[in-house]
Design a protein around this ligand. Structure first.
Ligand SMILES: [Zn+2]
Length: 382
């Protein structure tokens, strides 16, 4: 293994390739002037070999940006950022990719609170959503434009991979996948940046990452963000309006749906979950999705039917649907495994038919086989 890799990439957004090195003592950068490089200067006084930044410890968070499931195009593992190819494009030349992945390094060294973990309602993916949302925010703020990965996207025929000039809201766009869910946050951060400027918003984002607590909820996040932004009363009103329009203060992993409404849910891959304590892959018998759906069976109805359809050409064999009346399906990690409390469980490969009395029913999907990706859930009542 090369302990001191060097990478080329435009890290200051001037469209000239700078040299980034990961050395014994940290990260150093030589900026390109167009005809030569500046003397290497320390950019980050950490993340070097001397501070334990090694491949075996930090090989994680592969892949990114557009959440299309291709986990091999970019990522990082110590002692540096590992990049690959998308179409005809070398991702080392994409400043958004660089900024995004550097933010992940900052996150990894600032906190473990962004790791996913099991909450009583399923996978708590808020940390990862914060990770992706703030990584996109950081690269866009450094470069001063809201579109992510234009250079890379051009190699696969797109204008950009994602954009902070989005209108994503909770709960409509909350699916339990970190890149998608992170767009709700990154869109809000970009709007706030337009209100109060990059400097203060950037600083609040950096502080947010070091201060967020494991197990935080979306409303905890909003509270922390407001505190770190330290805004005037006049600014506060505008920022609260942004946060409210995004649905963030009341954002919850329990998502209400109407009977007959088609709802996207992300089934997480079992290869994508680490145990923060042991830094190894979790080995559970099933992996719950990040959101549960709640549907109300009205008076006069006696049957609830739930149909799960894969969004792409994906197997349903490895997906289980858990149903519980009145209270959310409950998840608990226990001695290296996971237990679920539900009234009934069904293979998702056929419609689940439940004899129902009027009231709220909670639907919790889980990967029980080697599957991941989007599914569409429809609950009908008769
Ligand atoms: Zn990422």
């Amino acid at each position: 293994m090369d302990l001191h890799p060097r990478l080329l990439g435009d890290i200051n957004g001037d469209r000239m390739d700078d040299v980034v090195g990961f050395g014994q003592d940290g990260v150093w950068v030589s900026l390109s002037t167009g005809t030569s490089f500046t003397t290497a200067g320390y950019w980050l006084a950490d993340y070097g070999v001397a501070s334990g930044w090694s491949t075996d410890l930090h090989l994680r968070m592969l892949a990114d940006l557009n959440g299309d499931g291709r986990q091999d195009i970019v990522g990082f593992g110590g002692p540096g950022i590992l990049v690959g190819i998308a179409g005809s494009r070398n991702l080392a030349y994409d400043p958004d990719v660089f900024g995004h992945e550097l933010m992940h390094i900052y996150q990894a060294y600032s906190t473990h609170a962004l790791d996913p973990f099991l909450s009583s309602t399923g996978l708590n993916g808020l940390g990862r959503a914060i990770g992706e949302g703030t990584a996109d925010y950081y690269s866009c703020s450094v470069l001063g434009d809201p579109n992510v990965g234009e250079y890379t996207a051009a190699g696969i025929g797109l204008a950009f991979l994602s954009s902070l000039a989005n209108d994503a809201t909770c709960p409509d766009d909350l699916v339990g996948e970190s890149h998608h869910d992170g767009q709700i946050l990154s869109g809000a951060l970009w709007e706030i940046r337009e209100q109060i400027g990059a400097e203060r918003t950037d600083a609040a984002v950096r502080d947010l990452i070091t201060m967020i607590e494991p197990g935080a909820t979306w409303s905890d996040l909003v509270e922390l963000l407001r505190a770190e932004l330290d805004v005037t009363p006049a600014e506060s009103e505008a920022i609260d309006a942004v946060l409210a329009r995004r649905g963030l203060p009341s954002c919850s992993p329990l998502v209400s749906i109407e009977p007959g409404e088609a709802r996207a849910v992300w089934i997480i891959s079992k290869d994508d979950l680490f145990d923060p304590a042991t830094r190894s892959l979790l080995s559970w018998s099933q992996y719950p999705a990040g959101i549960q759906l709640a549907v109300t069976v009205p008076a006069g109805s006696t049957t609830l039917t739930v149909t799960v359809t894969p969004a792409e050409d994906q197997e349903l064999d490895g997906i289980t649907l858990h149903v519980r009346a009145g209270t959310p399906v409950s998840w608990q990690a226990q001695q290296g495994s996971v237990t679920v409390t539900a009234d009934a469980s069904f293979p998702a490969s056929a419609p689940a038919i439940v004899d129902a009395t009027p009231g709220t029913y909670y639907l919790s999907l889980a990967a029980t086989g080697d599957v991941d990706g989007f599914v569409e859930v429809v609950a009908t009542v008769e």
